[in-house]
Ligand binder design. Structure first.
Ligand code: FES
Length: 535
């Protein structure tokens, strides 16, 4: 059945003529008392611009930015992003995002209306009502990290296979021991979805194993501006059936199964998420998206899965000097993880899936050189998130163990069914306790010997390639050994990101200043990427 779907308009705030006349020049913070929703209006002469008081990053609330003497910008209370409401552009991060504006209309009596135009949701096109599912018809098996093996009728789909080797040079390793038949599972998949190019999702060591057995396995990725497989040729992995699909359009697999890839609102150039629908039952996998599909997502899906852990970056653990004391770092990590936990819990509460599963966060910095990071860069606990969700909603939660299988039909019918989730057999190894570091380290070590490191100009080349500038920040890069002690005779230099120069001394203007300890292998890997990118 085709259903016509149209754009809808919603009135979010109504100001009486008196309230509209009382708006002051510049920034106005207003709340709709009925809905509890907050808005920012910027008045300049006779023009009013308006937006929701919701940060594009992770939904934080904006307040007046006391450092802005022009009275045009607001500051997010969560992570300090700044928004210039006179232009509706974010100024920190610079040149980054635009805030979605609301339509401002005057009514006949000079009252003011804030309207939101809602385009139709792409997943509502050609809607399908949920049909009966037999027990065992839809089974979801967790393998590792962000990798799920989905049985959907007689089709099999796998998400983000990272099942062997490290990710991010030698930074991340699998926390969970994958089921021993993982390669057979990958080989029998009808399709594989890879959400983005990060190596814990696009794992070449894993794909190499798979390509050795099934080079023609159909792989699907979104049509991101930065192609997911930009590095395929240099990787040496032979895959012959990579399909790049447009965003927001159903991809029909067979009469019962279809999927749709959506982009991230914060990193649309590279991050994606997916909706899989089987016989009208939706599975939403938001993967690593910070603001999946700009915050517009299907509600009441059968199963939702998302990241939860935090701790992906080495910040601030590799920083020292200034405010970066051990105590400051510990406090920062604690506060950031809590914010992320609350954000995820809030998202789940708003979307009300029947079942929720936290995943894509099961990694560990297990190489001995990263001991300090492993011990201090604490991740969120999936059980803590699930408990928070259960406290505030009726959503059923699942903390997956490798090889565990969720039977969707049973769980939808009765979440207490003892066969709803089949755990791995007693005695199955859940956590990895050894990793095969050597072959991967040999490759990285070889990169340190590249000719380019004989010439100090590679530093400038690297930062120019990275392209981050016009920002009042000075960073001191200190080359260290694997224990973060300064490397004798190693690089030690300043980068001024305002004009991307490399001064001998810190500039005399006021500027934020940070020190970054970097091991040669990390820089070598970064430069290696640069070389690959530039061909
Ligand atoms: S800066 Fe606003 S939510 Fe992170």
């Amino acid at each position: 059945m085709e259903q016509s779907i149209e754009q809808t308009t919603e009135v979010l705030l109504c100001l009486s003529p008196g309230e509209a006349a009382d708006l002051k020049e510049g920034i106005n913070f207003l709340r709709n008392k009925k809905t509890g929703k907050d808005f920012i209006l910027y008045k300049s002469k006779n023009r009013v611009r308006a937006c929701k008081n919701t940060c594009k990053h992770q939904g934080g609330l904006f307040i007046k930015d006391i450092e802005d003497l022009d009275g045009r910008s607001v500051r997010c209370t969560k992570h300090n992003w700044r928004l210039d409401v006179s232009t509706m552009k974010y100024v920190n991060p610079p040149g980054s995002f635009c805030q979605d504006e609301l339509v401002v209309e005057m009514d006949e009596e000079n009252g003011l209306l804030l309207l939101e135009l809602n385009p139709p949701n792409p997943w509502d096109s050609e809607p399908r009502s949920p049909e009966h599912l037999a027990f065992g018809e839809v089974q979801i098996t967790y393998l590792t990290h962000a990798c799920m093996d989905l049985k959907l009728g007689d089709k099999r789909m796998v998400f983000d296979p990272w099942l062997t080797g490290p990710a991010f040079a030698r930074g991340w390793w699998l926390l969970h021991e994958p089921p021993s038949d993982w390669l057979e599972r990958l080989c029998r998949a009808d399709l594989i979805y890879i959400s983005h190019m990060h190596s814990d999702h696009l794992s070449y060591p894993t794909l190499k194993e798979l390509a050795g057995r099934r080079p023609d396995i159909p792989i699907y990725v979104g049509n991101t501006e930065r192609p997911v497989f930009w590095n395929l040729n240099q990787s040496g992995v032979q895959l012959t059936n990579i399909n790049i699909v447009p965003f927001g359009i159903w991809q029909q697999v067979d009469k019962n199964l279809r999927f749709m890839i959506l982009m991230d609102g914060v990193h649309p150039e590279m991050d994606t998420c997916i909706i899989v629908e089987y016989k009208g039952h939706k599975i939403l996998n938001t993967v690593d998206c910070t603001r999946p599909n700009g915050g517009r997502l299907p509600e009441k899906v059968a199963l939702m899965m998302s990241d939860f852990a935090g701790g992906a970056s080495g910040f601030p653990m590799t920083f020292s000097g200034g405010k970066f004391t051990e105590e400051w770092k510990a406090q920062f990590i604690k506060a950031e993880r809590k914010k992320l936990l609350n954000y995820k819990a809030r998202l789940v509460k708003d979307l009300q899936p029947r079942i929720y599963c936290p995943f894509a966060g099961y990694f560990v910095e297990s190489h001995p050189s990263d001991k300090y990071i492993k011990e201090t860069n604490i991740k969120n606990d999936p059980n803590e998130l699930n408990n928070l969700i259960k406290k505030n909603s009726d959503v059923v939660t699942w903390t997956p163990r490798p090889g565990a299988t969720l039977d969707l039909s049973r769980m939808l019918k009765d979440p207490t069914d003892s066969k709803g989730i089949i755990e791995p057999p007693e005695g199955t190894k859940i956590y990895k306790d050894s990793w095969d570091f050597e072959p991967y380290l040999n490759i990285l070590n070889a990169a340190v010997g590249d000719d380019i490191f004989l010439h100090s100009s590679w530093i400038k080349e690297y930062f120019t390639w990275a392209g981050f500038k016009d920002y009042n920040l000075v960073v001191r890069m200190i080359e260290t050994d694997e224990d973060f002690s300064p490397f004798p005779g190693g690089y030690d230099y300043l980068v001024d990101f305002l004009d991307l120069s490399f001064p001998k001394e810190r500039p005399s203007r006021e500027h934020p200043y940070e020190e970054l300890s970097v091991s040669p292998r990390c820089m070598a890997t970064a430069v290696h990427l640069l070389l690959l990118q530039s061909g």
